[in-house]
Ligand binder design. Sequence first.
Ligand code: NI
Length: 175
Amino acid sequence: MAILKIARLGHPVLLQRAAPVADPTAPEMRRLVADMVETLEDIGGLGLAAPQVHVSLRLFIWRTAAGGHSALFNPEIQPIGEAIEEAWEGCLSIPGLRGAVERPARIAFRGQDIAGTVIEGEAAGMAARVMQHEYDHLEGILYPMRMTDLSRLGFVEELARFNPPKPVESERQKP
Ligand code: NI
């Protein structure tokens, strides 16, 4: 296992559309996932996509609510319903910054696990946000490219120092 170098904003690998993984059960994929998990554990992030470690393949991992890690190969993601939520996001490829990003609140996902088995499910809240953020990496999209208000992009320390009001859900119903 190894801790991998993370590509940072400005590296072209982050802007490429990643290629499908032909065989998620291949030994090199097992090794890649193990290294990505070790890298994510070392940094303490919530999710990591293969292009972030300079591998332009359709694969991401995320930390599960139980504290373990899951891998999804060749993922597909569809929003469920109309609800949109806004929350602050960071990215290991854009260290030190956070930005407020609107995303669908609920998603359905489908893909393959490390055994090649098709897995599908639904996610909401933070899990849905992390999966959409990681999926975007496979499309060459970084979270600032999703932002509609770049005045709400800043360094973590400054945002904390000036204590911005918590973003409200944009779909909050008016009485
Ligand atoms: Ni990211």
